[in-house]
Design a protein around this ligand. Structure first.
Ligand code: FAD
Ligand code: NAP
Length: 466
């Protein structure tokens, strides 16, 4: 008897007695919440609904290809998905194929974990010019996100700038400046690999609006960047004034990070001109003011406002603009100032860019609809590593467990009802994902890579349904 059949038999026999929980979004928050719920609740059936035919959210489509160890959490998530009372239903989008009130009608609880899938914008002049690329789209492009497959990016220029100094910005910098022979061994998509192999970018600025003491990137990521072969890091002398003197007062992670920057700054060479070197050039205290463009609306530079910092507590200091500006000439710009959640369903109430919630509980007066919860980036905001997302998902799942302990109706129809509403032949279950997974690994082997991702939804469906 096949695994699929066994699972279906088991889950339909338990379903009728179980509390029905729907999780929307198969990223880390969704899987960690499912893990907690299945551990702590005796009779629960969990359906994970996902927009894409494939699971894992930003683990698959965000984490950099040269960080395979980070992706090992997929093994834990796979164990969760293979439990008899957990079901994955891919290729279903909340707000398009199904609506929140329908889920709340047919489940005892609904948990939203659909993340943050847009990016923040600067709102400055000429932001729509050619070759200004959202880091989020660039990341999606090199990681095989179907919607970013055809990203328009011109890598034929020498100088580029990344606006923002978080870990996403460092991922972008590292992928652009890593020797191609190293990238070849990763699961980076073939289309990105061939474009980066031809890249002429040699000088990459990393622009921060605050100072070295306020950078958002972390030490491991900076260390990787500083160790890149054939890449010199050039800091600006003025940016490090007085930094050394405050180091002893800093909290430990910030202290170690600042010491690493200072070490690199103090090691700067003067006679280093190897014509083949790449240059990584962090600059601080500069905010983008407007983009310069040529007659074809191609970006040619960024006007930067020079800032000064105000406030007592170093890490929380705010930047305020001065009257001075500076021009940075470049023909490619990445905007890397953070992600943003969207209101996927009209019934959701947003506040400060997040689903309005109180420790994961969405408080509303929706009559007899079931309770609604939110976890992960959709509930906390688009910051924090997987570990933070895990902590938050566990916390919210704990609240759900307490609430569900008092639910004894056990009358909800769950996915049987949802399936009738959606009425589609293209829903992808876990077996379908396993077929896609195998196909990708096989395609990767042909190219000496861990996997070659399928980059179109149509092809995913075709492979899943064989
Ligand atoms: P997501 O991972 O975004 O998952 C949300 C899921 O919901 C997705 O599968 C999405 O397709 C789905 N979805 C979206 N809309 C809908 C809808 N309408 N209906 C149904 N489903 C929907 N952390 C680390 O610890 N290490 C790293 O190396 C690391 N690298 C990162 C690199 C990048 C570029 C980014 C952006 C983040 C990185 N992080 C890393 C952080 C980590 O990815 C997040 O903490 C984590 O993914 C957040 O999980 P989530 O479940 O809230 O959201
Ligand atoms: P982030 O860490 O919040 O960094 C955003 C950067 O953009 C900051 O430097 C911020 O400066 C700047 N910024 C924001 N608004 C701006 C504006 N209007 N003008 C100029 N600069 C602006 O966001 P992220 O890089 O997108 O990362 C998101 C989360 O994912 C983070 O928690 C990150 O650690 C995590 N992540 C982890 C890894 C990893 O572990 N390897 C990799 C990628 C991402 P201010 O500080 O001044 O606001």
């Amino acid at each position: 008897m096949t695994y699929k059949l066994l699972k279906r038999m088991f889950s339909s026999s338990t379903n009728k007695k179980s509390r029905q929980v729907c999780i929307v979004g198969a990223g880390p928050a969704g899987f960690y919440a499912a893990m907690h719920l299945t551990k702590k609740l005796e009779s629960v059936n969990i359906d994970i609904i996902e927009k894409l035919p494939v699971p894992f959210g930003l683990i698959r489509y965000g984490v950099a290809p040269d960080h395979p160890e980070v992706k090992n959490v997929i093994n834990q998530f796979t164990k969760v998905a293979k439990q008899a009372n957990v079901n994955f239903y891919g290729n279903i989008t909340l707000g398009r194929d199904i609506h929140l009130h329908q889920l709340r009608q047919h489940y005892d609880a609904v948990l939203l974990t659909y993340g943050a899938e847009e990016d923040k914008t600067l709102g400055i002049e000429n932001e729509d010019a050619k070759n200004i690329v959202a880091a989020r789209n660039f990341v999606g492009w090199y990681n095989g996100l179907p919607s970013d497959r055809d990203l328009k990016i011109d890598l034929s220029h020498r100088t580029a700038a990344i606006l923002g100094q978080g870990n996403v910005a460092l991922d972008v910098a590292r992928i652009l400046l890593t020797p191609i022979d190293e990238l070849k061994k990763t699961d980076i998509t073939e289309h990105a690999l061939s474009a980066i192999a031809e890249s002429k970018v040699k000088e990459l600025y990393l622009v921060g609006r605050r100072g070295p003491l306020q950078v958002a990137f972390t030490i491991k990521e900076l260390r990787e960047q500083l160790k890149l072969k054939n890449c010199k890091t050039i800091w600006r002398e003025n940016d490090f004034q007085n930094v050394e003197s405050v180091v002893p007062n800093l909290a430990r992670p910030r202290k170690r990070l600042t010491e690493l920057m200072l070490k690199s700054f103090n090691e700067r060479e003067t006679s280093d001109d190897n014509p083949n070197s790449n240059y990584f050039k962090p600059i601080f205290f500069r905010s983008p003011n407007k983009f310069l463009v040529n007659q074809d609306r191609q970006v040619t530079g960024v006007e930067l406002t020079c800032n000064k910092l105000v406030g007592d507590k170093l890490e929380d200091q705010k930047c305020v603009p001065t009257d001075e500006t500076e021009l940075l000439h470049c023909n490619l710009v990445f905007r890397s100032i953070g992600y943003k959640s969207i209101k996927a369903d009209n019934d959701l109430v947003f506040s400060n860019g997040l689903v309005k919630n109180n420790k994961g509980v969405v408080e509303d007066s929706s009559g007899n609809l079931s309770k609604l919860y939110v976890a992960g980036w959709l509930g906390t905001g688009p910051v924090g590593v997987i570990l933070h997302t895990m902590g938050n998902a566990f916390q919210v799942a704990k609240v759900m467990c307490d609430d569900l302990a008092n639910v004894d109706t056990k009358t909800k129809g769950g996915f049987e009802e949802i399936n009738k509403i959606i009425n589609s032949n293209n829903i992808i279950d876990w077996t379908g994902w396993e077929r896609i997974d195998k196909y990708e690994v096989d395609q990767g082997k042909l190219r000496g890579k861990p996997r070659e991702k399928v980059c179109s939804v149509e092809k995913m469906i075709e492979v899943a349904k064989v």
